[in-house]
Design a protein around this ligand. Structure first.
Ligand SMILES: Cc1cc2nc3c(=O)[nH]c(=O)nc-3n(C[C@H](O)[C@H](O)[C@H](O)COP(=O)(O)O)c2cc1C
Length: 220
């Protein structure tokens, strides 16, 4: 699969087959992700790959925290407001997701169900956590974003599906303790990874993008 196909065909996958991914494939995907550019080649990324009993236990723990009403402890704060253009795009996504999957993320009661599906890593056989030292600057956060995208494209090239997940960092303090990640690390992103179940309605959502003239200015 060439790079253009990988970029064009990647989409967030929210239903997976149970089949585990061979460790050699996960290693290849992570090796390719490690080719990402970074500020002064500092490579400010650390990854935990979770599978099997440990992943299942984390799902139980995050669900317990949610159901107990425990306060969230994310290392990256949830946005509280958005500029108009971005807010409009989020609204369009919610509308489209409601039409395609019946999930209305604007409805607070649905959010609980959606969070539980996130905490179960949408049935994926593996979950990845991306983290880095919290003394690193915003540039390093940017670098970790580049790493995440390279990882998702490399996974796509291997026939794997992924979804980046902020929700699975809601309880960062507890998750880090559970996984033995030092407190001075910031837990930036979770990702589910596995073979996509393309029969599922959850994977029927192909999101829109704004036309480039909405966000590009050619100047000469
Ligand atoms: C930083 C980040 C956090 C995200 N968090 C979640 C999440 O918690 N749960 C989820 O289902 N999708 C999550 N997504 C996926 C986005 O909703 C998705 O990328 C966006 O709607 C565009 O759709 P696409 O990935 O299918 O192109 C996240 C994406 C990013 C980049």
């Amino acid at each position: 699969m060439n790079a253009i196909n990988c970029i064009a065909e990647r989409m967030s996958i929210r239903s997976f087959k149970e089949d585990p991914v061979p460790e050699s494939t996960l290693r290849e995907v992570l090796t390719l992700a490690g080719r990402s550019p970074s500020y002064k080649n500092s490579q400010p990324w650390e990854v935990m790959v979770l599978s099997g009993a440990r992943k299942a236990a984390l799902t139980v723990e995050m669900t317990r925290l949610l159901e107990s009403g425990a306060p969230q402890t994310p290392d990256l704060a949830d946005p509280t407001s958005w500029p108009e253009a971005e807010e409009g795009r989020i609204h369009s996504l919610y509308q489209k997701r409601k039409e395609t999957t019946g999930i209305d993320l604007a409805d607070p009661s649905v959010i609980i169900r959606a969070k539980k599906a996130n905490f179960a890593f949408y049935g994926a056989p593996h979950a990845l956590y991306l983290y880095q030292d919290n003394s690193l600057s915003l540039w390093s956060l940017f670098d970790l974003g580049l790493f995440a995208q390279t990882l998702m494209l490399a996974a796509q090239a291997h026939g794997l599906g992924t979804v980046p997940q902020a929700f699975v960092t809601d309880y960062a303090a507890e998750i880090k303790q559970f996984l033995g990640i030092p407190t001075q690390k910031r837990l930036v992103l979770g990702l589910s990874i596995g073979y996509p179940n393309m029969e599922s309605p959850a994977n029927k959502l192909k999101t829109d993008r704004s036309p480039i003239d909405d966000f590009v200015r050619f100047v000469c």
